[in-house]
Unconditional design. Sequence first.
Length: 553
Amino acid sequence: QRPVLRLLSCPGTVAEDLRRDEQPSGSKETGFEDKIPKKRFSEMQNERREQAQRTVLIHCPEKISEKKFLKYLSQHGSINNHFFYESFGLYAVVEFCQKESVRSLQNETHAPSKGMEVAIPFRSRFFNLKLKNQTSERSRVQMSNQLPPSSKKLFEVLCDAENIDDQLNTLLKEFQLTEENTKLRYLTCSLIEDIAAAYFPDCIVRPFGSSVNTFGKLGCDLDMFLDLNETRSLSTHKTSGNFLMEFQVKNVPSERIATQKILSVIGECLDNFSPGCVGVQKILNARCPLVRFSHQASGLQCDLTTNNRIALTSSELLYIYGALDSRVRALVFTVRCWARAHSLTSSIPGAWITNFSLTMMVIFFLQRRSPPILPTLDSLQTLADAEDKCIIESNNCTFVRDLNRIKPSENTETLELLLKEFFEYFGNFAFNKNSINIRQGREQNKPDSSPLYIQNPFETSLNISKNVNQSQLQKFVDLAQESTWILQQEHLDGPSISGNQPWGLVALLLPSGASRKSLGKKKSRKPANERIKVLLESIKSNRTENFTDTNGK
Ligand code: CTP
Ligand code: MG
């Protein structure tokens, strides 16, 4: 009998989106709650982008009356939605119903008078609200949380779960991007687009990567790319008669040089004119040139690239995989947290495995189940229609975009079983001779001697884990084997676990050596209180170092 895999009820989250858009017929056929959202990735992106264009970001005084604040802003038009959050000060995100309201607010806004300093007159959608009378406002507003849970809180909620399946779903619920956080990400892109539009009026700054592929954890970086395609395609359309009009342009020897020049200028603009963008670094000699900066007001670490349509396409593919079965995201989030807890991933670039590679490994594993939980990319390509046809830089990026055309899996395995089998599968994988390939969904001979070879699904001659060295791979394999063993013991020990004793997923997330020694002999664990002490010590106040750090790459 198929287990009931419930979508977690977290208001306004991706999970809710999935539920809202579910197909009415699905539940009758399968008696099963996880549904396929009807919304396509491009539709979702366009809606969010349009919403962000009607939205403003306001730095507020610490004590503010929400009612008066909204009344004041309503002078410019109706407000659709708003929330407050804290990030070195109090901020409000306010979404108007109409774009015109933003202009009206801008027209009424003053440039600050700052004594000795001179303001660069840039009319952005990022404002500073001041009180004329400091003492008049007293009330405090309700805050929307933008941070991942602390290790302590996570540990508590996981220990309270009913079983390991429940733990995986709880972890997903605690870490997934909230509706508000998603809005903040699209707004940040939209604010950067305003800057870039000064040079390229038709540009679009699109988020990609984990912010949009449904696998992002609270606190993950914001990958965005400057899409100039609209500008370029203008010249290829609309020819009439015998004439063809072209823009006069400057030419450079290669696409790469063009990218570097564009990013260099945008980087300068962000650094000099964009309020809230700090620590701007131009990393133009990387394989994929980028500008890295911190958007202080949103607390988001941003990577801006250009010409990154393939990465956007792989985000779309992951979005589809994440939506096909509710087990996928729970498993990916768990594996990402597990890898971070054991320092297999890191926020510093290096020879570590990345979250993107881990996600590919989970997808591949789910394609290998019997019956498969996820379809191969080749089969998604077979389901594509003419509208889905997509070739980017001569790479075939065609696959079905309409989620309703993909048949749900008949596999009924539990999350607990899948997690154990994931570790077992990769703990014994022949990495020395085989590569991972989600296009075909089967192992293939490695084309080169990289320790870990995961084929890029669209640029098929590239290995997405080329950076991983043998010792990092070995560490992954050792930890996977150890985790298989821990889960087997959990199974044998049965539900004897009581109180706050770390069990199931918590035992897996413990740093190696902390509790592992005590798990060395079956049924001879240290007393519960000692284990908790060790655990709390190991995670003590280390919010950003252990499994809650989500920016591990
Ligand atoms: N990407 C890629 N090939 C790589 C690395 C990244 O195609 N070798 C693309 C993927 O689409 C990926 C995106 O770039 O999703 C962003 O990369 P990164 O930020 O490293 O990964 P995320 O998926 O965003 O995960 P994280 O939460 O760690 O940021
Ligand atoms: Mg990212």
